[in-house]
Design a protein around this ligand. Structure first.
Ligand code: SF4
Length: 375
């Protein structure tokens, strides 16, 4: 079993072995029809590398910059978050119906790596959903490529952290660049986000509800999932039926919501420090046949992806706070706040995926072996 310090060493090795990712991305853009996708957290942070105020939303400017870098299409990873919300809600329903213990989120590769290496007993409780990044990449290579008759495609993601590179090992994404690596590329070509025009992200993966956006901060994954789970499977409204919020320990919060005839109990675990004690207690509870939670969100970064180590001003609390405030404002103003109401999400389920957590969905949007990727 690896200790945390060995894990940090592995991540450093990964950083070194992936130092040529920028060169790989440049080659892909030159040689193939290449798609870029951008994580929601990055859109609230990238402006800081160009002197903008922390939290400034620069999504449209990034889409324009990606086109100047030579990408053929730019998609939003938020759309993958919306698909993950659909899948994870259906998976949660199945777990609750069968009484098969808690469902643990698996969208943070640092957490999944720690789980696989240090708490393998918990692997059966991990959601099998791929990360939003991998969902967009999978559908780019299937749904989008088939529609456009593209046989050879490159997929590059712009992500908040180095850990996302782990998922490219056996995944559908060719290269994952950190936000700062993308900034380096833009600056090399003289692109200045202050001066560039604004462009929309491309269809079909360029329109999301605010549920896909709040995924970027701690607690956002649970809230976005419950908004859909409660409406679709209990005809309840998350905000109206959320009735209890508790601090359980340092880095662990619990919320409870009334979902029709049952309660949904959710733990939100943030930061590597909080994971150890939480996982040990959870394993002990599972051995006794007890479960305090239905859904457990785990994020390695204390504020979620807005605090990723590949972002500008990495680790600066004020910058992170400003990004969270920006996400909240975006969510408050949004007309569309739930994934299941997104017409593009509905269309892709009707035409290609079928039922959430059904056979086709499991084939293209779910993991089949965590150890293969995260060991
Ligand atoms: S929580 Fe941190 S480590 Fe995990 S995916 Fe987000 S940025 Fe990466």
């Amino acid at each position: 079993m690896k200790k945390p310090c060995e894990l940090c060493f592995s991540i450093t090795r990964l950083k070194i072995s992936r130092m040529n990712d920028l060169e790989k991305a440049k080659e892909l853009v030159k040689e193939k029809f290449t798609i870029a996708q951008v994580a929601p957290s990055v859109k609230t942070a990238l402006g800081e590398a160009f002197g903008m105020k922390p939290g400034t939303y620069v999504g449209g400017k990034i889409a324009a910059a990606l086109s100047e870098l030579g990408f053929n299409r730019s998609f939003e990873t938020d759309f993958g978050a919306e698909l993950r919300i659909m899948e994870e809600s259906a998976e949660l329903k199945e777990r609750i119906d069968r009484g098969h213990g808690p469902l643990m989120t698996s969208c943070c590769p640092s957490w999944v790596g720690i789980c696989v290496k240090m708490y393998p007993q918990l692997i059966p409780y991990l959601s099998t959903c791929k990360s939003p990044m991998e969902m967009v990449s999978s559908l780019s290579r299937t749904y989008f490529a088939e529609k456009r008759d593209i046989t050879d495609m490159g997929v590059v993601s712009i992500m908040p952290c180095f850990a996302k590179k782990m998922e490219t090992k056996k995944g559908q994404t060719d290269v994952s660049l950190t936000a700062m690596e993308a900034v380096g590329w833009m600056k090399e070509l003289g692109i200045d986000l202050n001066k560039i025009y604004t462009a929309p992200f491309d269809t079909p993966f360029g329109m999301s509800s605010s549920a896909g956006i709040i995924y970027a901060s701690a607690g956002g994954v649970s809230e976005a999932t419950l908004r859909t789970y409660m409406k679709l499977y209990a005809d309840a409204n998350f905000e109206k039926h959320l009735y209890k919020t508790e601090v359980i320990s340092d880095g662990v919060r619990k919320i409870t919501a009334k979902a029709g005839d049952h309660e949904v109990r959710v733990a939100m675990v943030v930061g590597v420090k909080a994971m150890g004690p939480f996982c040990k207690e959870l394993i002990a509870d599972i051995k006794k046949g007890e479960s305090k939670y239905d859904l457990i969100e785990v994020m390695a970064c204390p504020s979620g992806c807005v605090g990723g180590n590949g972002m500008p001003n990495a680790g600066q609390p004020d910058a992170i706070k400003a990004r969270i405030a920006s996400l909240k404002k975006y969510d408050e103003k949004a007309d569309l706040k739930t994934a299941h109401q997104n017409s593009l999400v509905r269309e892709i389920y009707a035409s290609t995926i079928g039922e959430p957590f059904g056979d086709r969905a499991k084939e293209i949007l779910h993991h089949h072996n965590f150890k293969e990727i995260f060991n």
